[in-house]
Write a protein that binds this ligand. Structure first.
Ligand code: 5GP
Ligand code: ZN
Length: 114
């Protein structure tokens, strides 16, 4: 837990979020400004600023949950495709400095993303 980290506060319930999945190591929730319907973020519960500062065990825990979550999103929203993204450092678009993976369901032309 990093004292002033928004996503640490979301993971521990201090700040409310629309939970999609949770286990011992990760927390997944809907993005507050979804670029498409079902846009979900998955984060490690253990704070890591970005991919450069992520220990291997934390990365394994996080990335290993992605297929399960992708399938849950596919089943729930029936998208036609799915983008998986991770932004590191401001230049690449990172705005929250707690490692997170975006899962962005795609619905075809005009879905508003990309
Ligand atoms: P980044 O730009 O760092 O890759 O992604 C951060 C994401 O966090 C953005 O898509 C943004 O909409 C989302 N976000 C920022 N603040 C909150 C919040 O308080 N709650 C939720 N659910 N998402 C947030
Ligand atoms: Zn954090």
């Amino acid at each position: 837990m990093s004292a002033d980290c928004l996503f640490c506060k979301i993971a521990n319930g201090e700040i409310p979020s629309a939970k999609v999945y949770e286990d011992e190591h990760v927390y997944a929730f809907l993005d507050i400004s979804q670029v498409t319907k079902g846009h979900t973020l998955i984060i490690p519960k253990k704070h890591a600023k970005d991919i450069y500062e992520t220990p291997e065990d934390t990365a394994e825990q996080l990335f290993s949950r992605v297929p399960k979550l992708a399938n849950a999103i596919k089943q729930a929203y029936q998208p036609l495709g799915l983008n998986i993204l991770n932004n590191n450092e401001e230049t690449a678009g990172q705005s929250v400095f707690h490692l997170h993976i975006h899962l962005i369901p795609r619905y075809g032309n005009g879905d508003g993303f990309g």
